[in-house]
Design a protein around this ligand. Structure first.
Ligand SMILES: CCCCCCCC/C=C\CCCCCCCC(=O)N[C@@H](CO)[C@H](O)/C=C/CCCCCCCCCCCCC
Ligand SMILES: O=c1ccn([C@@H]2O[C@H](COP(=O)(O)OP(=O)(O)O[C@H]3OC[C@@H](O)[C@H](O)[C@H]3O)[C@@H](O)[C@H]2O)c(=O)[nH]1
Length: 440
């Protein structure tokens, strides 16, 4: 018998056995039995796909995150305008911003965009500019209202003043290594128009930080790596390098100012114009000095709301790829299809998932994990059990709170500010404080 022949005889056997077992349990097949049978097979298929995603994420992570592209002529890399949108100061802000003054990159400028004129971030930035007078910098305060998204309003002056062909949007909490910018820039070519860093967490002390690290190194990394490997847009804009002319072609940053998920839509604009969007080999080191479990959970709920409004279909599928939910429904499916014991199946499912996540966490870290196995276990259980609750909370209330302002999300990802009488439209100041000397 040929391979195809044996395969089709196996699948016929599976069907006959499945139908027989359903019939033997329930007597003659009723329409509802067909529905249950179909559902059980669908769940079992999703369950099988899930393991493929796990393996794919580990393999792709191992390859991509360790496979640095290099250029033999770094001095020929195009100039980069780095936009840093800042709101407030945290204990790590100075240290994080300082890493941008120490980049090993031939030509770049840093465009600090500070939302409020009374923000203490201005002092932090000024002291760094004084410390590194050779680095090209500009400071913009107050932004300009071009839409509702406050990050875009804040960045717009910096964006318009950018003089180089590449733009790096880099959130306030990001810490760079000396070669991070080069690592990103070498990924761009005549096919790849945008490169972003997969979100991760720098090594900070404390359980709250470990929980975030476990999340970004496991369930988040799994989907992020798989999506990127399959060419599916899954872009978080905390550290994104892109070609300015493509953004201009899409209408400039202003074109995204009505949306909360401006990062995802910006990447989509590149894809729609035939450009590829890739991740770089280094992960984004989020190193905000303010972190706690409640802050982390609030952020994940905000992101979930934003995904529900922007890409409802994907969001509807999200619970299916959660460990506990998938384990529970798959346990029912296998007990229905094969008469397996649901509880034993569920426990084995959770154990294997946990072990694969541990392997993935090590791959993403790329070195020894800064937490113990016990901390990983507790953080993992917390993340896996809370996620369905986040999805529930996100569905319950479409109002998003971001840096002290409230926004209501609409289908399609458009947003509307709720407390607009307090918003910063009223105190806009388009101020350019200082332009330092050119880099020597
Ligand atoms: C057979 C098709 C199965 C599709 C399954 C889809 C299940 C999606 C499950 C989880 C989603 C993961 C989300 C990744 C992180 C997003 C973080 C985030 O919310 N960032 C926002 C804030 O910066 C940003 O604005 C939004 C980004 C949108 C992300 C879009 C996610 C699409 C993910 C698709 C993953 C597919 C994996 C491969 C499936 C075969
Ligand atoms: O009102 C605001 C809020 C935020 N921001 C800036 O936007 C950046 C990201 O802010 P946060 O760290 O609070 O938020 P997140 O890390 O959750 O952002 C992430 O999710 C939402 C997307 O729109 C962002 O592009 C993405 O970076 C920071 O640099 C912050 O200073 C503003 O400039 N103004």
């Amino acid at each position: 018998m040929t391979d195809t022949g044996s395969l089709s005889s196996v699948s016929t056997e599976f069907w006959e056995r499945t139908v027989r077992s359903s019939q033997s349990v329930k007597g003659k097949m009723e329409p509802v039995d067909y529905v249950l049978l179909g559902l059980a097979i669908l769940i079992f298929s999703c369950w099988s796909v899930n393991w493929a995603l796990h393996i794919m994420a580990i393999a792709y992570g191992k390859w991509k995150l360790r496979h640095k592209l290099k250029t033999s002529v770094p001095e020929e890399l195009p100039g980069v305008s780095i936009i840093k949108p800042l709101v407030g100061v945290d204990p790590n802000l100075f240290e994080n911003l300082e890493t941008f003054f120490n980049l090993k990159y031939p030509q770049y400028e840093i465009l600090f965009c500070i939302q409020d004129e009374s923000d203490a971030a201005i002092m932090v930035v000024q002291s760094l500019i004084q410390k590194y007078p050779k680095i090209q910098t500009k400071v913009f305060i107050g932004g300009r209202t071009v839409g509702v998204n406050p990050k875009i309003n804040n960045m717009i002056l910096g964006y318009e003043a950018a003089q180089y062909e590449l733009i790096l949007i880099s959130d306030s909490g990001i810490k760079m290594c000396e070669d991070t910018l080069e690592d990103m820039a070498v990924c761009l070519n005549n096919k790849v128009g945008m490169v972003h860093q997969m979100p991760y967490i720098s090594d900070r002390s404390g359980f709250a930080s470990h929980v975030e690290k476990v999340f970004f190194g496991t369930q988040h990394a799994k989907m992020y790596l798989c999506a990127n490997m399959l060419g599916i847009n899954c872009t978080t804009g905390m550290s994104c390098l892109m070609k300015k002319d493509v953004i201009q072609e899409a209408g400039g940053l202003t074109a995204f100012a009505e949306y909360l998920a401006e990062d995802y839509l910006l990447a989509q604009a590149f894809i729609d114009r035939g450009w590829q969007v890739k991740i770089s080999s280094e992960t984004a080191k989020q190193n905000s000095g303010h972190y706690s479990i409640s802050h982390f959970h609030a952020r994940l709920i905000r992101w979930t709301k934003l995904r529900i409004a922007t890409i409802p279909l994907v969001s509807a599928l999200e619970p299916i790829f959660q460990c506990m939910f998938l384990g529970a429904v798959a346990s029912w499916a296998v007990s229905y299809l094969f008469d397996w014991t649901a509880l034993v199946f569920f426990l084995v499912h959770v154990l294997v998932w946990f072990l694969l996540d541990y392997i993935l966490a090590k791959v993403v870290q790329g070195g020894p994990l800064p937490y113990s196995k016990f901390e990983f276990l507790v953080g993992w259980i917390l993340n896996e059990t809370c996620f369905l609750y986040f999805i529930f909370c996100a569905h319950l209330n479409p109002v998003v709170e971001w840096r002290g302002h409230k926004y209501k999300l609409r289908w399609g990802g458009m947003m509307e500010e709720l407390n607009s009488q307090n918003n910063y439209k009223s105190n806009l100041k388009h101020t350019l404080i200082e332009i330092s000397s050119d880099k020597a």
